[in-house]
Design a binder for this molecule. Structure first.
Ligand code: G1P
Length: 272
């Protein structure tokens, strides 16, 4: 039922300068695969093959990664190296990738709204590639959508002193790990946060979010916040928060990036 995913990927990635001066942060490799590779695989495992990117200047490496490189492919055909490109080739063959540029960096809400022409009137997943997830979180959320048919945010308990880095929800528990959202605040002060249930970079959104985003005024940091539009949706309709099963690494921070690298090295790469 969810056939499309949107990857907001226009941010500057300033925490990874100087690397991100010319390399999009979404292309930084965790072991030997760029961050978007993991996110796209997660979508494919959930049956999503139509993937839209909201990009910006200096992001062309993303498009190049998701297209054939005839010379390279020819060079490694029939050699032991060929298997290294197998998954990427599968992505290229099975998915369609579309792109739109965000001309001004006005926040995540604005980025999602910029993706409207790629999504149309369909429910869709949003993947923030720098939240690297293990455990097919998108699949879990797609299954939940089949039951609730409303927008869903993935959440995780974070230490109290870190709530100011996230959108934070307050909700009524309706099932194990599932909350009906009553309130949500973007990057609250530590002592004003409604809980320690933080939104991570996986969402299922219904297309009515676009009209709400068009009316959303700049919020925290002067940016148009997806959290603010979702709060309206929660008040006027219904939004579910879902404590996903699996692991998440905050690859937007050097610390999380190193943890992810060590984890995936041990799990997938070592000895291969
Ligand atoms: C964004 C969202 C925030 C969410 C976070 C998850 O913030 O605005 O609500 O908790 O992603 O990674 P950003 O990290 O882009 O500042």
């Amino acid at each position: 039922m969810i056939k499309k995913a949107l990857f907001p990927a226009a941010g500057y990635g300033t925490r990874f300068l100087p690397a991100t001066k010319s390399v999009p942060k979404e292309m930084l490799p965790v072991v030997n695969k760029p961050l978007i590779h993991y996110g796209i695989k997660e979508c494919m495992n959930a049956g999503i093959f139509e993937i839209g990117f909201v990009t910006g200047r200096s992001k062309r490496a993303i498009e190049d990664y998701l297209d054939h490189s005839p010379e390279l492919e020819e060079k490694i055909r029939g050699t032991s190296k060929e298997k290294l490109l197998k998954e990427t080739m599968e992505m290229i063959d099975k998915c369609t990738f579309t792109y739109v540029r965000q001309k001004e960096m006005l926040g995540l809400g604005h980025a999602v709204l910029t993706g409207e022409p790629l999504i149309g009137d369909n429910p869709f997943a949003v993947v923030l590639a720098d939240d690297l997830c293990e455990g097919d979180v998108v699949s879990q959320m797609v299954n939940l959508y089949k039951k609730f048919k409303c927008s869903i945010v993935a959440i995780e308990e974070v230490p109290k002193n870190e709530v100011n880095k996230y959108g934070v929800i307050k909700g009524k528990r309706i099932e194990d790990g599932i909350y009906l959202v009553e309130d949500m605040v973007e990057k609250p002060d530590i002592n004003k946060a409604p809980s320690n249930l933080a939104i991570i970079g996986r969402y299922i959104l219904t297309p009515d979010i676009f009209d709400l985003l068009k009316e959303t005024k700049p919020g925290k940091g002067g940016e148009i916040q997806l959290t603010d539009a979702l709060l309206r949706l929660a008040k006027e309709g219904m939004v579910i928060a879902y404590k996903f099963k699996g692991k998440r690494f905050d690859c937007g921070s050097v610390d999380g990036f190193i943890k992810a690298t060590n984890y995936f090295y041990e799990k997938e790469f070592k000895g291969s």
